[in-house]
Each structure stands twice: as C-alpha cells, then as structure tokens.
Design a binder for this molecule. Structure first.
Ligand SMILES: [Zn+2]
Length: 438
C-alpha cells in the first residue's frame, strides 16, 4: 500500500511517498513534522551580506561577531536567506538555559529573574519611599497602550541626588549638572533594564558610605528611566521562559502578525527623522511621522526639561566646551559604545570630545568606541543634535554564549554587565559637568 502524507517544511508542502505501510512511530514522526516546523530562533551569521540590504528585505538584523552581519530568526528565516543566495551559518541559540534561583516572595519576574514592567514600576515606588532625601520620581508620559485605554503604563523617571532646594526640578536650568540614562527602549534587550537598576541601587545604597558615590550625588543629578518601552516589555514577558522577541512598542499596524507590530522607538526621534525603516512590519519601522509615538514624545519632552539647547542649529556647529550634560541609552548587543551621528557617516562637530570620553568609559567595559552612520531617528542623535549634550548608545554584551544576545542568563547581569559597566557609568556621571573638556 502506498500512502502519501504532506509534510510542511518551511511553509512548503512536500509530498512524501512511503512505499511500505508506515509504522505507528513513522506516522507519529510525520505528524510532528507537519505540526511543528522548527520555530526555534537562532542568531545566524550571514557572510558577505550588506546590513542595509538585509534590513530593506525585512530581516531582523543585528551586530554580528567579527563584523559579520547577523540575522535573528528560525529555520524559515534561514531558508529565505538561502533563497536569496546567502549562506547563513547558525551562530547560537537565542534562548539560554533558565537556571533556578531563590527569589523574593511576590516579586514578578520571568526567564530566570528579569523583572516585568509592573515590577520595575513597583520597585521604583519602593525606592522613592525608602530614600526620600535622595530621590524624586516623575511620570513623564504614557505608553502607547495607555493612550489607547488598553492598559499600558506610565513611563517613569527617577532623579537621584542629595536633594537641595531646587534640585530635581523639571527645568533645564539646574544648579547641578545632569547625567541621564535610559534603558529598555528596545523591549527584548533584557539586561539593559536590570543594568539601570544596578545603577540606581549602587547610588541610593552607596550614599554616605561610598566616598565616590557620595561625592557624585552631592554635585550631580543622576536621572534614570529604567524601562522606556514598558508595553514592549509586557509582550516580551508574556513568553515566560521563552520571552517573545518584541523590539518595538505595542502600536500594532494592521496586517502585521505576531511580534512584528509596533514602531521602533530608536528610529522615531524627531532629529533628522526619516529613511531608517519604511516597512510597517519591519523591526526598524520608523513610524508614520517624526516623533509619532507617545513614548518618543515623552522622552523628548523630558530631555528638553532636563537640558538647555547648547548647540547651534547647523550640522557642523559644535557644542561649546562649557556644555553640561551626558546621556546614555542602553541597548544590546555588540560590546559597543556608539556616539552620534547615526544619520550620517560624516563625523559630528564634537567627534574628538565624544571619542575621548567614550574611550574613558571603554577603559572599564572594554567595548569598542565607534560611530555608525546608518540609522536615523535615534535617541542619541536627538539629544546631541538638538541639545548638544554628550550622548552615547551602549550595546551590552556579545553575540553568543550564555551572556550573549538579547536574552542572556539572568546571572550575567551581576557576573558581567554590572561589574563591567559600573566604572563606565561613574565616569559618565563625573563628566556631566564638562563632557567635552576632558
Ligand atoms: Zn536596541
């Protein structure tokens, strides 16, 4: 007897001809193949591929190992790459083994310890209550879902300093210089929000006992937004021990399925917006207009409240040596410190000063300092371009191993990311009074 069974391989039904009567085990194998194509996500190295071309073709492109372009996706994505003539090489798994750990009762976490968006917010409330003389928390705007009446979150910022009269006000003319750090603008970059918390904890717990922290907090305002894209973090966390790969916000354009909806908040900023990602379902979709998203609006309004405009309007106008203020937006992955510009490969007019401070920070985390002019609408182009403050994108971690990629094991936050970056963040804080004078 001949039996024909259709087996789905990467979306194509291939007729399978079995000469003899199949055993129950063979039928079971065929059934599993039909129902379960390999949807395990991997990082694929794509030798010889151009980053821009792959992005235009709709692939999820990241910084690869050794300069090679890397694409994130399952076997069907690799098949698509192969169909275009590329030879994708499987580099590493996206999901790492989730290790059991002892955890405080009632704390909402996922994937071995990472906090949910609600947990981040609750923690911020707790820290403000515990350290009233050192902190001030602000609601700086709503996430997209909140603006739609679909749940969502407030976006919250904390100012940390030894508060004197007039400190931590939402006014750009502050007595103390300011260092602003934001994290998890890209929701799936899990370690970034946790790094923000190690920073908050180091400051609040260290005041009065750690001489360096005390000195910095007596003279500087340290502002932190631990989760800039809380809706996205809700989507990521909904996957539990297999977090969803949501990068963008939750503003779902119709016609996009799965985790591909949303706007890339690091392509949506108003400075030189446009041209980054025009495909609505692409991972780098820039949005329908400059600053269209509520998260972008909230962050940009907040930055303008923290820092006066200290740079001229021309592309080649340098910010003066008297400029105050540093901003770091924390992403993953790539082991990079990236100053502006993103919108052009031309050097920005403060390139030397930005590079000098970048190298001082790199002395601690070992990252490569490098500008890449292939993206528009980034946060750091906005804060440097509009306000003149020294601005950087950090890309935490490597592309492989248990501490690599978007979903490193939770223990890597304390074993790797925080110890490597602590000195870098302290350096940024000390530089806030004159970042271009170093
Ligand atoms: Zn990112």
């Amino acid at each position: 007897m001949k039996l024909r069974i259709g087996v789905a391989v990467a979306g194509v039904v291939v007729p399978l001809v079995l000469v003899n009567t199949p055993s129950a085990a063979q039928l079971e194998t065929a059934r599993l193949e039909v129902e379960q194509p390999d949807a395990t996500p991997y990082y694929w190295q794509v030798p010889g591929a151009g980053e821009r071309r792959l992005k235009l073709a709709g692939f999820d492109v990241e910084h690869g190992a050794g300069g090679a372009v890397q694409v994130v996706g399952d076997q069907s994505v690799a098949d698509r790459l192969a169909g275009l003539g590329y030879r994708p090489v499987r580099h590493d798994t996206v999901y790492k083994e989730v290790l059991p750990r002892v955890q405080d009762v009632g704390v909402q976490t996922f994937y071995g310890g990472y906090r949910t968006a609600a947990e981040h917010s609750r923690r911020l409330t707790d820290v403000a209550a515990a350290y009233p003389a050192l902190t001030q928390v602000y609601d700086i705007g709503d996430s997209w879902r909140k603006t739609q009446g679909q749940g969502g979150h407030d976006i919250r910022a904390v100012c940390i300093t030894r508060k004197q009269a007039g400190d931590c006000a939402l006014s750009p003319n502050s007595a103390k210089p300011r260092f602003a750090l934001i994290a998890q603008l890209h929701a799936r970059e899990l370690a970034t929000g946790e790094l923000a918390w190690r920073w908050i904890d180091h400051l609040t717990r260290g005041y009065g006992s750690d001489a360096e922290v005390t000195s910095i907090m007596d003279t500087t305002e340290l502002w932190v937004v631990p989760v800039a894209n809380p809706d996205g973090v809700d989507i990521v966390a909904s996957g539990g021990n297999q977090p969803l790969m949501q990068r963008k916000n939750a503003n779902n354009p119709t016609g996009c399925s799965g985790a591909t909806g949303g706007v890339d908040l690091n392509r949506n900023s108003t400075f030189k917006w446009g041209g980054a990602g025009t495909s609505r379902c692409g991972e780098t979709y820039q949005g329908p207009s400059a600053g269209s998203e509520p998260e972008t609006k909230a962050l940009e309004a907040w930055f303008r409240q923290l820092f006066p405009d200290q740079r001229g309007p021309g592309d080649t106008d340098p910010a003066p040596v008297t400029t105050r203020g540093v901003m770091i937006t924390v992403h993953s992955y790539g082991n990079l410190i990236m100053p502006p510009w993103g919108w052009t490969w031309n050097a920005n007019p403060n390139a030397a000063g930005l590079r000098a401070l970048g190298q001082k920070m790199a002395a601690f985390n070992g990252y490569t300092v490098r500008a890449e002019g292939d993206t528009t609408g980034t946060t750091d182009d906005f804060t440097y371009g509009n306000l003149g403050i020294a601005s950087y994108t950090f890309e935490l971690g490597s592309s492989s191993g248990n501490c690599g990629g978007f979903f490193p094991q939770y223990s890597c936050v304390d074993s790797l990311f925080w110890p490597r970056n602590k000195g870098a963040l302290l350096t940024a804080a000390r530089a806030a009074k004159a970042p271009y004078a170093s």
